[in-house]
Design a protein around this ligand. Structure first.
Ligand SMILES: *[C@@H]1O[C@H](CO)[C@@H](O)[C@H](O)[C@H]1NC(C)=O
Ligand SMILES: *[C@@H]1O[C@H](CO)[C@@H](O)[C@H](O)[C@H]1NC(C)=O
Ligand SMILES: *[C@@H]1O[C@H](CO)[C@@H](O)[C@H](O)[C@H]1NC(C)=O
Length: 215
């Protein structure tokens, strides 16, 4: 009985691993060769002899992001684009700065779960589940608090503290991707036709034009 349970637990671990992050790597390192003309899922590996410490390094997350924008927030991403050594590693991170009343608007990471910790200030955060459909889960966070945004789900952060806020996020993909809902629906190139958006959101075309003009 005990051995069955152990087997089940191991199976469960193996399965959740396989489906909860980028595919596991099959060698110590596979530093991204950004110059390669080969197109694969991720990047081809640099030659092992050319791998250096710089391939695993990034500097600058101590720098405050510029939040002088409409949303009042700034994301400094550190993923495989900045650190080629993250190729195949299934992990990345980001620093997020928020002005007072700043938001990181509703968005999703198609390839990553996010775990966020508040380094400074207070944030009101939330995500919306898909099953049960459209249930909003929220939490007020203070310095030192940690919150998880499950992979693929729409989520946001709002700085409702009195000063600026800073958060650090870990993401379970070398290349999490970001889809900001408003930008992708109202700001695509070319635009999604007015009549499609009008019907989807149950609003008139003048409102659609107004929304599109913002993005
Ligand atoms: C911050 O961004 C704004 C808007 O793009 C720009 O005008 C301003 O010069 C930037 N500030 C700094 C310190 O880079
Ligand atoms: C969830 O989906 C059902 C079936 O499509 C729908 O009737 C219901 O209104 C939805 N609930 C929410 C909160 O969107
Ligand atoms: C932010 O808003 C939430 C939800 O209304 C509230 O629980 C929390 O106390 C607020 N935080 C601050 C610092 O005002």
């Amino acid at each position: 009985m005990a051995s069955h349970l152990l087997l089940l637990a191991l199976l469960a671990m193996a399965c959740s691993r396989a489906i909860a992050s980028d595919p596991s790597h099959l060698q110590d390192v596979c530093v991204a060769d950004k110059m390669s003309q080969v197109h694969v899922n991720g990047f081809p590996c640099k030659e092992a002899k050319d791998v250096a410490a710089e391939d695993f390094y990034f500097s600058g997350l101590d720098k405050v992001g510029n939040t002088s924008n409409k949303q009042g927030s700034s994301v400094t991403a550190v993923n495989v684009a900045q650190i080629p050594g993250l190729n195949t590693m299934g992990i990345s991170m980001a620093r997020i700065d928020y002005a007072p009343n700043g938001i990181n608007p509703p968005h999703t990471h198609p390839r990553a779960t996010e775990i966020l910790t508040v380094l400074e200030g207070s944030l009101f955060v939330g995500f919306v589940t898909s099953n049960p459909n459209n249930t909003l889960i929220t939490k007020a966070l203070n310095q030192g608090d940690v919150f998880v945004f499950p992979k693929g789900l729409v989520h946001f952060q709002f700085n409702n503290g009195t000063g600026t806020a800073v958060a650090l996020a870990g993401l379970s993909s070398q290349n999490p991707g970001v889809i900001t809902i408003a930008n992708s629906v109202f700001g695509s190139t070319p635009s999604i036709a007015d009549n499609i958006i009008a019907k989807a959101f149950q609003i008139n075309k003048a409102t659609v034009d107004l929304m599109q003009a913002q993005f």
